[in-house]
Design a protein around this ligand. Structure first.
Ligand code: FES
Ligand SMILES: [Fe+2]
Length: 412
């Protein structure tokens, strides 16, 4: 006889990992969270069957993207200036810096950053440059405990909030006002379990969406309280927009992911909407609308995966029991670094739990993203670089890509 599993544990069975359940039953505590009205609205549209793609010939729903947008180096420079330097960028998840007095470096966006959580637990983003003679201050790919950041050259010392707290032989800098020698700080916000940075100190940034409706959705998904299980940076030999494209349509799921994810989803069953220029999508498996209470978060997440595709280059995939956050860091027109952060409800307490999450990490980061999606991106770039096609055609299941490129275009 089997005992019915409580809802959060049923979610685990969704990814074929139910064998890990017995030992996990004490480890996972479902947070008492509710979906936002926007998240519910997407699910209702799917439940009503309102999302059938248009199939009429000439229904004006197919469209094309110029191949040059993925290969033109001049356009790439404009994209960096008008998008990546102009909008708040999600550089990391909050869980990367779980403790006060910690710091980590971040170089993927071409601006040398130090991210800190200061003594008061506030997050900061500084240029990784000493205010004495400009030396790179910190080399720390992994998070370090750093009540002080001390320059390796002459040992000027800075606090986690950027203050210059001390220097050797201070009498040799007569009249030095330490207040004018703080670390150079970039605009930063911590909201919805993410750290958002404006990469240019001389610009103003609009954080209203990331602190408002996006944070509300991410808080509903519980991102702020989650534990960072693993992170990894992939080098993807493809234009950053090809990577976004791969997360903006579900047309490929039954094909590219036929051996991994396909069985968890119905073909093309999804709905999406916009939050400003950002996209929110829900893809589901077949479910009986009379049997699933859409306002019950556990039931809803069991049948559907919410994803967010945020301008310029952040993707969130909220699987039933864990969340992946990917930040795209374009290096040049045909090379992109993608950092994948996997968030889980809490740190694994048992060997069984550890193995369970290790399998999930291997499935999604290793196979689905690392081999399948990024592999397809690399092949796409090679095809486009051949110059053989002038444009790519998009079907009615790929309209998220159209909307994304329209938003990019508006800003160039
Ligand atoms: S350059 Fe940093 S202390 Fe001199
Ligand atoms: Fe995919």
């Amino acid at each position: 006889m089997t005992t019915p599993l409580p809802a959060p544990f049923k979610a685990l069975a969704f990814f074929g990992l139910s064998s890990a359940l017995p030992s996990l039953a004490m480890d996972i505590i479902a947070p008492p969270l509710r979906p936002t009205s926007g998240q519910i609205a997407l699910a209702r549209r799917i439940a009503r069957g309102a999302e059938q793609p248009a199939t009429e010939p000439n229904s004006d729903c197919t469209t094309a993207i110029d191949a040059a947008v993925y290969t033109d180096p001049d356009r790439f420079v404009r994209e960096m200036d008008c998008l990546f330097r102009a909008m708040p960028i999600a550089v990391a998840v909050s869980a990367l810096l779980p403790k006060a007095n910690s710091a980590v470096t971040h170089d993927g966006f071409g601006v040398p950053l130090i991210l800190t959580r200061d003594r008061q637990e506030r997050v900061h983003a500084f240029l990784n440059v000493c205010r004495h003679r400009g030396t790179r201050l910190l080399d720390a790919d992994e998070v370090v405990s750093a009540p002080r950041i001390i320059c390796p050259y002459h040992a000027w010392a800075y606090a986690g909030d950027g203050r210059l707290t001390g220097l050797p032989r201070p009498e040799t800098f007569p009249g030095l006002d330490k207040e004018t020698r703080r670390l150079m700080e970039l605009p930063v916000r911590e909201a919805g379990g993410m750290i958002w940075v404006g990469l240019d100190r001389n610009r103003d940034y609009d954080f209203s969406l990331v602190e408002g409706p996006l944070a509300a959705d991410f808080d509903a998904l519980g991102l702020s309280g989650m534990h960072l299980y693993a992170r990894r940076t992939h080098h993807v030999p493809g234009n950053w927009k090809l990577i976004m494209d791969a997360f903006l349509e579900s047309y490929h799921v039954q094909r590219l992911h036929r051996n991994t994810l396909a069985r968890f989803f119905a073909d093309g069953e999804g709905a999406g909407d916009m939050i400003g220029p950002h996209q929110r999508s829900l893809v589901t498996r077949d479910f009986d609308a009379d049997e699933v209470d859409i306002e019950d978060w556990e039931q809803l997440r069991r049948v559907g995966t919410y994803t967010y595709q945020m301008l310029p280059g952040t993707v969130i995939v909220a699987s039933p029991d864990y969340v992946n956050v990917m930040t795209l860091m374009p290096q040049d027109v045909r090379n992109t670094l993608v950092e994948d952060f996997m968030l889980i409800p809490e740190a694994p307490q048992t060997e069984k739990a550890e193995q369970h999450w290790a399998r999930s990490w291997q499935l999604l980061d290793g196979q689905v993203f690392g081999q399948e999606d990024f592999g397809a991106v690399a092949l796409g770039q090679r095809g486009l670089d051949s110059g053989a096609v002038g444009e790519m055609v998009l079907g009615t299941l790929e309209q998220g890509i159209r909307r994304f490129h329209d938003e990019v275009e508006k800003r160039l």
